[in-house]
Every structure is written in C-alpha cells, then in structure tokens.
Write a protein that binds this ligand. Sequence first.
Ligand code: PLP
Length: 434
Amino acid sequence: MIPDPSHALPADPHLTFARRMDRIDGLAHLRERFVGVDAGVEPPVLAYLDGNSLGRPTKASVARLTEFVANGWGTRLIRGWDEDWSRLPFTIGDQLGRAALGAAAGQVFIGDPTSVLLYKLARAATDAALAQGRGRTEIVIDTDNFPTDRWVLEGIAAERGASIRWIVPDPAAGVTVEQVRQAVGPRTALVLLSHVAYRSGFLADLPAITSAVHEAGALVLWDLCHSVGSVPIDLDACDVDLAVGCTYKYLNGGPGSPAFGYVRADLQDRLSQPIRGWAGAQDPFEMGPEFVPAAGIRRFQSGTPPVVGMLAMQDTIGMIEEAGIDEVRAKSVALTEFAIALADEWLAPMGVVLASPRDPERRGGHILLRHPAMRQVTATLWQHDVLPDFRSPDALRVGLAPLSTSFAETHTGMAAIRDVLRGILLGRSGLLPG
Ligand SMILES: *Cc1c(COP(=O)(O)O)cnc(C)c1O
C-alpha cells in the first residue's frame, strides 16, 4: 500500500505552514516583480522549480529591453558605444562584484558564454603555470563536474601537453577539502571546481579549498554557475584567483545571457588569455599590426561585448543589492529545508531518495530526488505546468530561486511530484484527483 497523507489528514498542515512562511517572508514582495506572478491571477505555470537553470524574467527587464531598443539603440545608434555600451561589461561586473561576489571594482566583467569564458581563464592559468617551467603540468577537476568543465579542461590538457588528475566525489555530496589536499602538490597547475554541484547541490568549502590549493602553490578557478545569486561569495576575502559564473540562472539574465569572469587584481597583468580579439587590445581603434593586451580586466575580453544580452541581469543584481545576499541565502535555506521535509514525508515512503546534503551549511539552492520513475514523473509534470528538471538516469531536480519562489509554490510543486509519482506507481499516469 502506498500511503496517502492527503486523504488521511483533514487539512494539509504543510500548506498552512507554507502560507504562514510567505506572510512572514521579508523578501516575499520581490516575487511580484517577476513576469507570470501576479496576485489574484491564475499563473501560467503552477510551480516553477527550475529557476536554477533558467531564471524567470523580471517586469523591470521587459521595460529595460523595450527602452533599450526604442531609445538606446534606436536613437543613439553608433554613438551608444562611446556613451555607455563599451563600459557596460565592467560597470555591471563591478555591481555584481559588490552585490553578490565580495569583489572590489575592476576584477569582474561580463563576457562570453560560460563555456568559452571557462576556456579562456583556465587556459590562461594553465599557460602561466607551464611557463614557470617547474613541472606544474597537472590540472585537477572532479568526475561529477558539469560536462563543459570536464571537457574544456580535457581539451586544454590535450592542447598543452598537460594531464588531468581526477577527484572522485560522493555523488550525493561533493568534493571535500581532504580530497583536494590529497590531489594537489608540486605538480599542480590549476584546480577547477564548482562552488555548488549542479546535480547534488553540494556546497563546497570555498575558503578552505582555496587555501589548500594555494598551500600547494597552484591556482584555483571556481565555477559559480549554481551559487551566484543564491549563496554569499567572498572572492576577495578568500583570495580566490579566478572565477566564472552563469547569469541566466539565479541572475535572471535570460536565455544565453553572457557569463561573468573574475580575475584577482594582482594576477591580471600576469595572465594572457588565448582569444586575442581586438576588444581586449590596449587600443582597440589603433588597429595596428600587433596585439598589445589592455592593462587590467579588459584584456580578458575578446570581441564586441554582447550588450543586448547583459541588459536583463541588471534588474536582478539590483534586487540582490536591495535585499542583501545574506537575506537571499536565508530564504534559500528555508525553501530547501521545507522541500526536504516534504520529500521525507511524502516521497521517501514511495522509494524516493534524497541525493543532496541534509546539512544546509553544505547545500546550495536546489535538491536532487532519485527514483526510477523520475523521467516519466518529470514529463507528466511538464504537461501539467509544473516545471522541475530531469537529470539522467533517474533524478528530478528541484531548484528554488529565492527571489521568485514562494513557499506555497514549493508546496504546490512537491505535492504535484507526490501525486504524479503515486499515480504512476498505481499504474496510471497524470494527476490524481483531489
Ligand atoms: C549551467 C552551467 C554551465 C553552462 O555553460 P554555458 O556555456 O552557459 O552553456 C557550465 N558549467 C556549470 C557548472 C553550469 O552549471
């Protein structure tokens, strides 16, 4: 028999709890600034559980994009580059550094797609280590990292005659400080790790791991794709060398919005990146015979900055500054705690396994739920406007973007997962009535 709590209880105490949490949530008012979320209006999506993969747009971004096309691009035309646009990658970078990265001005820029920026910074760091000629020929990464991260580094190793040293983490957790200590040494050039693991949601100990890498004399590159905008980050205080992160996840920059890169100030002029485009040159309009890299962070730029792509993220960065990243994190923890409590009570009896850390100190903004039926569960939920995502072979991922997700929405989503899974286990598909 599959237990059925919704029939056993007269009223759902979890829904009462969710509504109370929404009433006392100091960030609840920010949710209404997103498209598709209006009080008293039937939402087009019942529960959006994938804001960690593609964030919702803000209403402010609708206005900002319209205004840019009509008046910015439309009337300033080519003059816009001198007036504003060419500085935008750096002014937004500085604002992001302040709001969410713990980075002083002049170290962050908005650039290329994540995969390309990861290549540029990893390659620059590897080249610098190899150029020392002291046998630092190993790049360290973990087997559970995102495909781009693994494949880009394998490509760099092949290009430069370096080798990869693999860390094999617990798939329901992530890379530990101890594992990094064992993997690094006098042969290490670079360590690349994700701050929050894209599958398990494990939150790596960034300060301790950064110190361990530095004690071995190597550089560290942090992938912040799944942490920026939901977990506080202190790049300067932790002495991080390099970082890259997505802007279309928790920063709501829109599909394919360009990534940000961080290069520690004192490292910038010692590194050279491999894509020598005119926009990274000292004087782009000199257009002379030789490439002379710009001083500072601009040397990591390659081509014309993707200005249209970096418009929307500004509205979320502003919202994070307004709310405070520590408040955002507190809500994120409360949301994942709530989802885990519901998974324990509703889903565990049906054989669902939580494959994320239970300790909130070691967990980011999403959780992973495993069950052999999750592929079918996800497909059915999408037909009913409940949108989690699926990660092969058997995992449903629940991402809870703290600025745009309410506790009631989390409750709706988790209850839908419960009902669809129960229906499938009972040999039916679709949502059960009631
Ligand atoms: C989302 C994500 C990426 C995505 O790279 P794109 O080039 O933007 O497609 C890379 N790495 C990690 C860890 C991610 O979570």
